[in-house]
Design a protein around this ligand. Sequence first.
Ligand SMILES: [Zn+2]
Length: 92
Amino acid sequence: MDKLKPCPFCGWKAILHTHHSKIYIGCANDKCFTFMHLFETDEEAIESWNKRARVDLENIADHLIEAASEAFEHQDRELLIKSLEECFNNGK
Ligand SMILES: [Zn+2]
């Protein structure tokens, strides 16, 4: 079985839960609220979580590159912080 990747939004550990004999995966950070809907098996849930973690990271990277180059160009620290906040609130 694949190992669970960390939450793409906050980097915390992801946890596998059982709910009425179905499986779901959620972030361990109770301020993050990232979780996925129910699956039949552990394998399906983990595969889906890890795939999503990858896609989310790619989106975050794209957004960061764009935001960072603008912030660096203007030497604007506040703009960079704002962009980082947007990144990590994405997809909720
Ligand atoms: Zn999280």
